[in-house]
Design a protein around this ligand. Structure first.
Ligand code: FES
Ligand code: FES
Length: 154
């Protein structure tokens, strides 16, 4: 490892409204920083390849897979994780529709749906279906998840 690989860089951002000032390596990815440095373990680490969606967070209100973002790229940004959402309509709809089993994928689905609400508040059924393709669930049939999301866009 070269000295450049191990050098630490200052990064400041807001997570769930709270200012954070930390030091990270250039190669640190945001999902690891959120979970291991900041201690917000709601966002899950799955494929770390951009495929499963378990790590989805909001950056400036837009859904981002945090395994694909370097922590230094988040400097100056506003971040929302699942811990920053309380009693939101989509969380309630997941409960009402029993849209989870183990729950590993659930934070990513919920945050991604809040991102959809932010970007396309009148999304139709086809848009919702395509949008949800960015998240994988290994437990449910997807039907309950789709029903939960459709409920909040009715
Ligand atoms: S862990 Fe980020 S998309 Fe799978
Ligand atoms: S509820 Fe288990 S992975 Fe989705």
């Amino acid at each position: 490892m070269s000295s450049r690989d191990s050098a630490m860089y200052p990064v400041e951002f807001k997570v769930n409204g709270e200012k954070r000032a930390i030091r990270v390596r250039a190669a640190d990815i945001l999902i690891h920083t959120l979970r291991n440095t900041i201690g917000l373990t709601g966002s899950k680490s799955g494929c770390e390849n951009g495929d499963c969606g378990t790590c989805t967070i909001l950056v400036e209100g837009l859904p981002i897979k945090s395994c694909l973002m370097l922590t230094v790229e988040a400097d100056g940004k506003q971040i929302t994780t699942i811990e920053g959402l309380t009693n939101s309509p989509i969380q309630n709809a997941f409960v009402q529709n029993q849209a989870f089993q183990c729950g590993y994928c659930t934070p990513g689905f919920i945050v991604n749906c809040v991102g959809l609400q932010n970007m396309l508040p009148h999304a139709d059924e086809e848009t919702i279906r395509v949008w949800l393709e960015s998240n994988i669930c290994r437990c449910t049939s997807y039907e309950e998840i789709h029903n939960a999301v459709k409920d909040v866009f009715r």
